[in-house]
Write a protein that binds this ligand. Sequence first.
Ligand SMILES: Cc1ncc(C[n+]2csc(CCOP(=O)(O)OP(=O)(O)O)c2C)c(N)n1
Ligand SMILES: [Mg+2]
Length: 323
Amino acid sequence: MQLSREQMLQAYRRMKIIREFEERLHIEIATGAIAGFTHLYCGQEAVAVGVCEHLDTDDKIVSTHRGHGHCLAKGCDVDGMMKEIWGSREGLCKGKGGSMHIADVDVGMLGANGIVGAGAPIAVGAALAAKLDGKGKVSITFSGDGACNQGTTFEAMNMAVVTKAPCIFVFENNHYSEHTGFEYAVGTQLDIASRAEAFGMKVWRADGTDFFAVHETMRDLLVYVRAGHGPAAVEFDTERFFGHFEGDPQRYRGEGELDRIRETRDCLKKFRASVVSAKLLTDADIDAIDAEVLSQIDAAVDAARAAPRPTPEDVLADVYVAY
Ligand SMILES: Cc1ncc(C[n+]2csc(CCOP(=O)(O)OP(=O)(O)O)c2C)c(N)n1
Ligand SMILES: [Mg+2]
């Protein structure tokens, strides 16, 4: 089924917001304006957006340490996120979460997570709740190729199959876990999807740098899971444009690798090329979004810079939930 013009514009806008949000963070972090450890998602935008465009707020997602893209794709507020990363008390989590612990349950974003492999069990729990609710809602865990080696991920996959939970394991294979290559770190030399299959799940695979491939794959997968067949997994082959963390000199990369992936595997460039050549959108349509997004991000940075820091009293607020 063909996407409407509005759907395509919205998808591109969301990918562009993630890209510019992070390109700007990359600059601001280097100046020392932002404290804390940050992992950028740039390069992987087509996965977050291609997945989340199918979801509504009652569908849940659980993210990773590389979570900005998942948050923005699921509908977290751009200004609230920028302020959170800046450590302001006006941030989405009052400045107490920062880059790696952003959550917004109102939009179904159950949290980024600094512990690799910790998201999958949480997503299975949310999927079991969705199953009890019986409204066809799903829970999605995003995991990297590194997280696919964690015992928690294995246990969660098994539990999801045994309980027929509507849980979707989205594996983003960006070929690196910190500085270690996927080929080295995975003993079976198999892809990740094959591992998920071994747990008894139906699996899909697609090019994660092609928004349309991601979107179509997820459409089929979601029909299957929402129909009550139990969990499913998908592996997206993707690329990370920056280092593992901001400040990583990336000496483990091959010569010319970064230039090559920016040139040939950029999901935004690929999106533009395919919609323009198919005459679905024009270069002017895309240029207009690019300009709007740039000023939106400028405004978000200005607001975050001016936003108030937490007060000493804030430290003791929200430590316990009030019932
Ligand atoms: C349990 C645990 N072990 C190790 C780490 C350190 N660590 C942080 S990110 C990371 C690599 C994760 O790789 P991957 O799952 O492929 O995600 P990517 O960084 O590529 O998005 C590691 C080992 C951690 N945070 N938690
Ligand atoms: Mg990885």
